[in-house]
Every structure is written in structure tokens, then in C-alpha cells.
Design a protein around this ligand. Structure first.
Ligand SMILES: Cc1cc2nc3c(=O)[nH]c(=O)nc-3n(C[C@H](O)[C@H](O)[C@H](O)COP(=O)(O)OP(=O)(O)OC[C@H]3O[C@@H](n4cnc5c(N)ncnc54)[C@H](O)[C@@H]3O)c2cc1C
Length: 469
């Protein structure tokens, strides 16, 4: 296969890279995909979205079995946790997904190479296998889709046993008595929820004075209260300065964010969830002259092109939200652009979901963003306590909030705290993609009884005419 000229070589097989390779092959480009790890699918399938959602699903059912089954007349007694079996369930889910990607790549006739890809020059990619042997591939275009890696705090080293990143938190072999989570972002709250449901005492330490930075404030305030009701405790405006690993229990030195006296908090496991950083180690970007910004992200223009002709980049390694579906859409768009089409990603309509219970989902602008941009807007809100399906399912926490431009009624943002919010947000994304007004959602027939009726009612509430409130 060496020296075969390709139209496109994609480096990295995460949701950005493998989707890009498949779309390019569909468009008739001779395409190769290079992956350094043993399996395809990147962070998302192997150590991110898929395994975390498997554990969130299983742990939520475990909690329901212990708390709500009896109320519905299902007598199962106190559920017993078999953590090893739960981990096997998760691993099988991951395995099925990564095999699915391998199948799709083969079906679409994408050539795959296992090894570390390095851009040797424009149009040349060297692939070095685990055995140290290198081969050089020629190509017209290169897409960098090398994703991201765990962000670390200086002075705290991750051993993936007691001081873990998300990767270690997905494979713990016993439930920690106490889990200290550093960072109240999506990953910290999702994995904190998993281990709280399975029996851990969970404390989340966050540097800022709020959880989920960047998301709508009202949503986050209510969400924090709900998580506290479930038993998670928060220490906001605080930072973990050090973790002493010398004893049987970990001792975290926690200080106020603004400085001041430190306290020592003991824990059995510390989860470092302070974000992710772009990953481009070993790619040869500097030698190839590819520009990065001050946060290490590959700089691209509106067509995903870097400053070096024929080299493009997508996904977590470039700017923008670090989300699998954003990477996928960029993968499709860049493949279409390379094939001479007009690929495009609408960054105003990228949904964001936190898969806890209840779920948080949003698309478009938050109230804070609209205020700071000086946009006049109307708010329509509807609580799940007034939704028939949520009531009968005993899932009444949360609300739907729709923000619509005052003058035109155009939907600018939708925010949901509630059961199945992650699925429900799709309706809002489609509506916004088509430039819908709140009136359009309000006049669309929604099936009864469904949770989605709360979306319709929130749209009605924009015009102050919801029926069930
Ligand atoms: C715990 C966790 C949960 C998450 N949950 C969600 C979620 O629910 N929803 C969501 O949208 N996002 C979620 N994310 C984020 C999501 O995983 C990322 O946004 C997504 O994987 C980015 O895709 P990517 O293709 O850019 O890169 P990645 O998925 O990181 O893939 C990059 C690939 O490139 C390979 N690679 C790197 N360098 C080289 C090289 N030189 N040669 C060959 N191969 C190389 C890597 O091995 C990797 O396979 C989660 C992340 C984590 C950690």
C-alpha cells in the first residue's frame, strides 16, 4: 500500500476523522485513515461519550430500581451492585461500537493504517507502527483529526488508580467511599453522578462560582439544586492546590479561589475533570509550518484549511466546543469542501447535552449571551410539573425555556432541564436550523402524552398563552 497516491489522508479516527473518511470515500475520493490506537472511534467511542453513557444508563436504572420501582408496584428488593458485570456491559457496548466503525470504513473502501501519523511534508504522511517500522504515504490533501487529551493541573499527577482522569474513572474496580471531583463541567458532573448513584459520597470542587460554565445561569442554578438533592455536594470558588497520595486516603489541599487559608479534604479517589486540551503530539506540525494558537489549537479558516496548502483540521484539535457531533459535522463539511462541494457547519445551532438525571440540553444563545449582545427577547417557560407524561412517570424536575427575538419571534435559544432533554433538544435544533419562530413550534402538533408537549407549551408561553399553566 506504501506510495499509493491518495486524494485524502485523515489522521485520527475519532468521530471527526472516521466520519470525514467515510464521507470523502462516498464522494469518490481515494481515502486513507491513520489511527495510532488499536481500535477506531477515538476518545468518543473508546474512553468518552459511549462508555460514560453506558455507565450513566446502567447506574440510573440501578438507582431507579432502589428508589422508584417500588412506587410503581415493582418489588425487586434492594438492588445489588455487580460492578464487574456493569463494567463488562459497558465494555461490550464500546466493543460493538468500535467494530461498527471498522465495518463502515471497510464497507466504504477506506484504507486504514495503524500507527502514529506524522506530516512529513505537504502531501506526505509517515505512519510509524508499534514495531517501529515506518512507511510513507503520498496524498493530495491531509485532514488533521487528532482530537484532544485530558487537561492536567500542575503539581497533581494522575496515576489512573486513585488520582484519575475521566479514562480512569470509567474503569474503577470498586466504588470509592469518597470521590472528590475537580471541576464542575460536563465530564465531572456526569461521572460524579455515576459514582454517587453507585454509592460514593461525592464532593465537586469548582474554581468558578457556578457549575457548567458557559451554560444558561438559570438552568445551572436549578440543576445544582437538583444534584444537591441527590446528595452531591459542591464547593464553588475553590481550587485543589495539591493532592497528598502518601497515606491510605488521599489528602486534597483545597483553597479559596481568591486565595486564603487552605483546608485538607480526605478522599479515596480524586477525579481530575478540568477540561481537555488539543492533541497534536508527534504530528510534526511545527516542522510542517502549520500554525497553532496560544492554546495549542490548529488554526483554520472558514473552510477548515490551515495556513499550509492541502492541510486541513477538524474536531477537538481546532477551536470550538469539544463535542463529538461538532467534530462529525466538521468531518462531513471538510470532506465535501475537499471534493469541491460547499461543505458548511452552522455553529449557531450545535446542541449541548449533559447526560445526568435530569438531563440538561441547550441549543443557541443563553439569556446572558443575549443580554450582553443587547438583543431584546421574550422568554417562554414551562415546567415539567405541569406536563402529564412527566407527572405520571414521576419525573417532574426541570423546565423548558425558549428565548425568542422580541421583534421577529425567531427562536434564538432553547434550554431544557428535564428527563430525556438530550433527545428533546433535537426538535429545537431543527426548528432553529429552519429559522423557526416560537409561533411555528407552538402551532406544530405534538403527540400526547409526551414530554415534548412541554416544548410546545414553552413556545406558547413566549406569547403568554400556554394552555396547561
Ligand atoms: C468522558 C468523556 C465523555 C464525553 N462525552 C461526550 C458526549 O456525551 N457527547 C459529546 O458530544 N462529546 C463527548 N465527549 C467529547 C468527545 O469525545 C470529543 O469531542 C470527540 O471525541 C472529539 O472527536 P475528534 O474526532 O476531534 O477527536 P478524538 O475522538 O479525540 O479522536 C482523535 C483520534 O486521533 C488519534 N490520533 C491522535 N494523534 C494521532 C497521530 N499522530 N496518528 C494517528 N492517530 C492519532 C487518537 O488516538 C484518537 O483516536 C466526551 C469526552 C470525554 C472524555
Amino acid at each position: 500500500m506504501a506510495n499509493t497516491p491518495y486524494d485524502l489522508i485523515v489522521i485520527g479516527s475519532g468521530p471527526g476523522g472516521y466520519v470525514c473518511a467515510i464521507r470523502a470515500a462516498q464522494l469518490g475520493l481515494k481515502t486513507a485513515l491513520v489511527e495510532k490506537d488499536k481500535t477506531f472511534g477515538g476518545t468518543c467511542l473508546n474512553v468518552g461519550c459511549i462508555p460514560s453513557k453506558a455507565l450513566l444508563h446502567a447506574s440510573e436504572l440501578y438507582e431507579q430500581a432502589g428508589h422508584t420501582f417500588a412506587k410503581m408496584g415493582i418489588a425487586v428488593g434492594a438492588p445489588k451492585l455487580d460492578l464487574a458485570a456493569m463494567m463488562t456491559f459497558k465494555d461490550e457496548g464500546v466493543d460493538g461500537n468500535v467494530k461498527g466503525v471498522a465495518f463502515l470504513l471497510k464497507k466504504n473502501k477506506v484504507d486504514t493504517f495503524q500507527g502514529v501519523g506524522r506530516i512529513a511534508a505537504s502531501g506526505k504522511v509517515e505512519v510509524k507502527g508499534a514495531d517501529g517500522k515506518a512507511q510513507m504515504l503520498d496524498t493530495k490533501a491531509i485532514v488533521i483529526a487528532t482530537g484532544s487529551d485530558v487537561a492536567r493541573l500542575p503539581g497533581i499527577s494522575i496515576d489512573e488508580k486513585r488520582v484519575v482522569s475521566s479514562t480512569g474513572a470509567l474503569v474503577l474496580d470498586k466504588v470509592p467511599a469518597k470521590l472528590l471531583v475537580i471541576g464542575a463541567g460536563v465530564i465531572g458532573l456526569e461521572l460524579g453522578s455515576v459514582w454517587r448513584r453507585l454509592g460514593a459520597e461525592v464532593l465537586v470542587v469548582e474554581f468558578l462560582d457556578r457549575i457548567l460554565p458557559g451554560m444558561d445561569n438559570e438552568v445551572c442554578r436549578q440543576f445544582q439544586r437538583l444534584l444537591e438533592k441527590q446528595g452531591i455536594t459542591f464547593k464553588l470558588s475553590a481550587k485543589v492546590a495539591a493532592v497528598d497520595t502518601s497515606g491510605n486516603r488521599l489528602k486534597a489541599k483545597v483553597e479559596p479561589a481568591s486565595g486564603g487559608a487552605a483546608e485538607v479534604i480526605e478522599a479515596d479517589v480524586v477525579l481530575m475533570a478540568v477540561g481537555r486540551v488539543p492533541y497534536s503530539n508527534g504530528l510534526g506540525l511545527d516542522e510542517a509550518g502549520v500554525k497553532k494558537d496560544n492554546r495549542g489549537r490548529v488554526v483554520v479558516d472558514g473552510h477548515f484549511a490551515t495556513n499550509v496548502s492541502g492541510i486541513y483540521a477538524i474536531g477537538d484539535v481546532i477551536a470550538g466546543p469539544m463535542l463529538a457531533h461538532k467534530a462529525e459535522d466538521e468531518g462531513v463539511a471538510v470532506a465535501e469542501i475537499i471534493a469541491g462541494q460547499a461543505g458548511h457547519v452552522n455553529y449557531d445551532v450545535i446542541p449541548n447535552v449533559v447526560y445526568t438525571y435530569p438531563e440538561i440540553a441547550s441549543v443557541g444563545k443563553s439569556e446572558e449571551e443575549l443580554k450582553s449582545a443587547g438583543v431584546s427577547y421574550n422568554v417562554g417557560k414551562f415546567p415539567f410539573t405541569a406536563n402529564g407524561r412527566a407527572k405520571v412517570n414521576l419525573q417532574t424536575e426541570g423546565f423548558v425555556k425558549i428565548l425568542a427575538e422580541a421583534k421577529t419571534d425567531r427562536v434564538l435559544g432553547v434550554h431544557i432541564v428535564g428527563p430525556d432533554a438530550g433527545n428533546m433538544i433535537a426538535e429545537a435544533a431543527v426548528a432553529m436550523e429552519f429559522g423557526a419562530a416560537a409561533e411555528d413550534i407552538a402551532r406544530t402538533c405534538h403527540a400526547h402524552p409526551t414530554l415534548t408537549e412541554a416544548v410546545k407549551e414553552a413556545a406558547l408561553a413566549v406569547g403568554k398563552r400556554s394552555i396547561h399553566m
